[in-house]
Design a protein around this ligand. Sequence first.
Ligand code: HEC
Ligand code: HEC
Ligand code: HEC
Length: 412
Amino acid sequence: MLRQVERLPRRIAGYFRHVLRCLTGGSWWRGIALLGGLLTATVLGALFVAWTGLVSVSAHTEHWAVTRWFLGFAMRNAVETQSIGIEPPRLDDRTLVLKGAGHYETGCAACHGAPGKPRSLIVQHMIPSPPYLPDHLEQWDPSELFWIVHNGLKYTAMPAWPAYERKDEVWAMVAFLQRLPTMTPAEYEALAFGPTPAPGDGGSSALLDTLSDPLGPVLADCARCHGAEGLGRGAGAFPKLAGQSETYLLESLRAYANGARKSGVMQPIAAGLDDEVLQRLARHYAQLPADATVPATDEADEAVEYDEAELAQALRLAEHGAAERGVPSCTDCHGPKSGPINPAYPAIAGQYAEYLALQLELFKSGHRGGTDYANVMHSAAQRLTPEQIDQLARYYASQPWEAIERVTEPRD
Ligand code: HEC
Ligand code: HEC
Ligand code: HEC
């Protein structure tokens, strides 16, 4: 009996060899032809079943357990392997968290829910259904989250970042996701929506007036990030818009809408609006007073201490440029200077330092497009050193934000 069992594998192997010899007549070529035939039959069979319309594509029933396991296994391993070598920057930065929170509300909460906001019944019927994210993040480290948010996940509805070159924005989202699991609904509201305008004060009643206007809901959304008064949220996550040149605002919104200026945060917003609405938005923000005070918030940057000697050096650089490195004078185009300024050139004095520094880095690395004039900034920023960028951003941020005199653009 024992010997019969021991012989079993050999007998089975012998049996297969016999069948194979009968089918192929011992020839390699016939063996390969047989394999090819089997493959073709499988593909044709699969095509036939698909053609009959009997494959279940209904999202009414879940995947089979084995399919679900396989997809999860493949996804986890792909993310783990492909995120090797991605080095996270410092993520405990309030500006990054604020920017991430603003965009989470625009681009993620509808599918993934947020503190105090369960996922809608509709997305719960997607397969795979987007998970309620605050409970689903602990399994991923920052580099893996970066990879997922940057690339999206194929075969699911998880989209890739709309502006692939804006890795800085993806890191802002990761910084926010790091905070999400322990965030209360009140903290989420404060981060993603900003201070709720108190009835009665000037800016907010202006905001309430605009709510009766068709532009109202659009402006209320802009206000989440740019503030009801258009002066941002006290930190460099979002630029000031109030009193900025109307031409520059309009051309920048158009540049986001047509993809000439890349931003995963602003492109989806601008691309969803008609040109007429963009024109009204540009006019609205250009007319808001530039000198209103920014409402105090928890997120506000602490006042930066400026070293006088360093500021004087920065002023020299802004006024005269650095001829030996081919850096032009900034004040020629951006002021402060007496005399009018081309309306296509933005005001930068009094803008947030972190925003200015980021934009200069983006110009320098070629990742910022913009209006038809953007090329002048590419050559201006190209040869700036990181120290000069920091100095110039801090110098301009320390100046008052005020409306500047502009010449009207020649029109034909
Ligand atoms: C249209 C719906 C949709 C939107 C919008 C969306 N996602 Fe997803 N997301 C999904 C789906 C579907 C999955 C995959 C779930 C699965 O494979 O089980 C997913 C998976 C993820 C995961 C992996 C979670 C896990 O453990 O499986 C993360 C992280 C994530 N999304 C973050 C985001 C962020 C951040 C945003 C906004 C920038 C976003 N998603 C926008 C649908 C969406
Ligand atoms: C989720 C936050 C968010 C919302 C909502 C939002 N913005 Fe922005 N906005 C940003 C960020 C971040 C930037 C900087 C993007 C970049 O790096 O190019 C920006 C940049 C801009 C700029 C360019 C400013 C400059 O100095 O170059 C304009 C103009 C603008 N936004 C207008 C609007 C308008 C109008 C709305 C409403 C329709 C709006 N934004 C809604 C976050 C937001
Ligand atoms: C020849 C004119 C010119 C010179 C010189 C110039 N700029 Fe600019 N700058 C522009 C224009 C035009 C834009 C708008 C580009 C766009 O978005 O299309 C701009 C944009 C910027 C922005 C982004 C503003 C925003 O709101 O996003 C910063 C920051 C900036 N410039 C800083 C500087 C600094 C610092 C210097 C000096 C090293 C400088 N610029 C020199 C014309 C100039």
